[in-house]
Write a protein that binds this ligand. Structure first.
Ligand code: THU
Length: 139
């Protein structure tokens, strides 16, 4: 499915404005594009107990899944505050892979900085991912 990369990155940028990042000051936004055209966004939500902080991508996936989405993920844009393009953290790669794996999709991931964006397939960011096939209880 072709889509407007600029628009998706812009949605991620706008989401970053909603970040709660008083500890790192590193405001991140994420935008998930689904096959039906819906865009679900998220921003990082930090906590005074630093380790409990949630990344933008994880927040976006939790929003989407708690609204009932179980696949159809076409692309993910992530926007960071720096000039350098951002690359999703390892935990977020796993969280995104759970959603994508539900219908076997391999979404594009756009990692945007203030200049441009890098682009990967999710499977390239997390090859040989741990998934439901490894455990007894499958979705
Ligand atoms: N962060 C994200 O939201 N997404 C990433 O992919 C990398 C890091 C957040 C976590 C923390 O709130 C801040 O950026 C600094 O690490």
């Amino acid at each position: 499915m072709s889509f407007d990369r600029e628009a998706l990155v812009e949605a991620a940028r706008a989401a970053a404005d909603m970040a709660h990042a008083p500890y790192s000051q590193f405001r991140v936004g994420a935008a998930l594009l689904f096959a039906d055209g819906a865009v679900v966004t998220g921003a990082n939500v930090e906590n005074a107990s630093y380790g409990l902080s949630l990344c933008a991508e994880t927040v976006a996936v939790a929003k989407a899944m708690s609204e009932g989405r179980r696949g159809g993920l076409v692309a993910v844009a992530v926007s960071g505050p720096d000039a350098a393009e951002i690359s999703p953290c390892g935990r977020c790669r796993q969280v995104l892979t759970e959603l994508a794996g539900l219908d076997g999709s391999d979404p594009l991931v756009l990692g945007a900085g203030t200049g441009g964006a890098r682009e990967w397939h999710l499977s390239d960011l997390l090859p040989d991912a741990f998934g439901p096939d490894a455990i007894a209880t499958k979705p």
